[in-house]
Design a protein around this ligand. Structure first.
Ligand code: FES
Ligand code: FE2
Length: 426
């Protein structure tokens, strides 16, 4: 449970809010590289409550700029992208990717006046087929985060972004919730899946350790990337199943996976306070990923704005017969199941009236570090710094081991993630 004031602090990320300012101190995935073509159609992308437009210029450079033209506010999304810049359709003012005004054809002489015009623009960086941006003060830009999957061959990965119709915090809380898999994602019968694939579109096999033992023992560790959440379930008569979820401050996660299964990384980027860009990178460690199987099991069908066609309006295509015979929800697609659970709370859930249990431990820790950090940040403390030597080797793993062992013995934290190794920024 949170006070109403803390719930606001947690969930509001517009430019002038404390959490909004803190989030702007981290690198953010904005859109996929292939969405932008040189001199092609610009794309609208709203981030942290700001209406932005992305375009790729003649030389291939990506601009991420304010949607509103600084002259009189017409949307630059409708502008003309050619000759190394984007030109407003209203009076022809033109801007480069850095937001410099390069032409004002509507003025008789455009020298000094033109130089005084600056369009808001954010720096971008293209890594692993994703355009990333940094929206904070230029002199506070952190190192670019080098996540483990960035080092894998492109054919081992599948990247997806989707417009989720709720606040980022409840979308992310769902990722840190071990226990929901045993209900929301439970398939009633054994599922035929290819090697490395966690589930079918119906859900996860009832014998999978994530589903088999819902009241698992849980623990949370402080690490130099954020939180490591651990769950211990019953594997066999002699063995326990040891699982982990990583929460990387402030909005990235690795959901639980067992050794041999394809991995998954998420980012939950506020679009505004009522919607989220949920990024999903699935990665096979040492083989080409099965794109079709992964798409099918997640089950998302998106329109050209990345909104879901299976949504609250059509009740997520819930099938009551399927709910009796096929799976726990009657909804097909693991991602649709997650979205149905989090969106039907309302776009910003009222955390002052919830009832958290012991199974919600990782969520309590996630909120705690976010609120501690944002309150410290308001008092002048530097944001939590991420360390690339740690991020490069981090992903979620899971294993079976002797049930006489504690999780600390069977599944200890690797040395490189020890909190004491976090660099102190001056
Ligand atoms: S409003 Fe854009 S050029 Fe006038
Ligand atoms: Fe889920």
């Amino acid at each position: 449970m949170l006070s109403k004031a803390d719930n606001q602090l947690l969930t509001q990320t517009d430019p002038e809010t404390p959490m909004g300012k803190l989030f702007r101190r981290y690198w953010i995935p904005a859109l996929q590289s292939h969405e932008l073509v040189s001199d092609g159609k610009p794309q609208r992308v709203k981030l942290l409550g700001e209406d932005l437009v992305a375009f790729r210029d003649t030389e291939g450079k990506v601009g991420l700029i304010d949607e509103r033209c600084p002259h009189r506010g017409t949307s630059l999304y409708y502008g003309i992208n050619d000759g190394c810049g984007i030109r407003c359709m209203y009076h022809g003012w033109k801007f480069d990717t850095a937001g410099n005004c390069t032409e004002i054809p509507s003025e008789p002489t455009d020298g000094k006046f033109r130089q005084s015009i600056k369009l808001k623009s954010y720096p971008t960086k293209e890594v692993s087929g994703i355009v990333w941006t940094y929206m904070g003060p230029p002199d506070s830009q952190p190192d670019f985060p080098e996540f483990y999957w960035m080092g894998l061959p492109e054919e081992n990965k599948l990247v997806e972004r989707v417009w989720q119709e709720c606040n980022y915090a409840q979308a992310m809380e769902n990722d840190l919730d071990f226990v929901h898999a045993a209900f929301l994602h439970k398939a009633h019968g054994t599922q035929e899946v290819e090697e490395g694939i966690l589930s079918s579109d119906l859900g996860i096999d009832p014998d999978h350790p994530l589903v088999k033992n819902p009241p698992v023992k849980q623990a949370v560790q402080d690490t130099n990337f954020g939180k490591r959440c651990i769950a211990v379930g019953i594997g066999t008569e002699e063995e326990n199943a040891f699982m982990e979820i990583h929460y990387i401050f402030p909005f990235y996660t690795y959901p639980p996976r067992f050794g041999g299964e394809d991995g998954m990384w998420h980012a939950f980027i506020p679009r505004d306070d009522h919607s989220t860009w949920t990024w999903d990178v699935q990665f096979a460690h040492d083989r080409v990923i099965d794109v079709q199987a992964q798409h099918d099991r997640r089950g998302l069908k998106l329109d050209e704005d990345f909104r879901k066609q299976i949504n609250a309006e059509n009740e997520y295509n819930q099938d009551r017969e399927l709910q009796k015979t096929g799976n726990f929800t009657g909804i097909r697609g693991i991602a649709n199941q997650d979205h149905a659970a989090t969106e039907t709370m309302g776009t910003i859930v009222d955390r002052s009236i919830e009832h958290l249990g012991t199974s919600d431990l990782p969520i309590i820790h996630m909120r705690r570090i976010l609120l501690q950090q944002v309150k410290g940040f308001q008092e002048g403390q530097e944001p939590f710094a991420l360390e690339n030597e740690s991020l490069k080797t981090l992903y979620s793993d899971g294993l079976y081991d002797d049930n006489q062992k504690t999780w600390q013995q069977a599944f200890p934290l690797k040395e490189q993630f020890d909190l004491k190794r976090q660099p102190v920024k001056q």
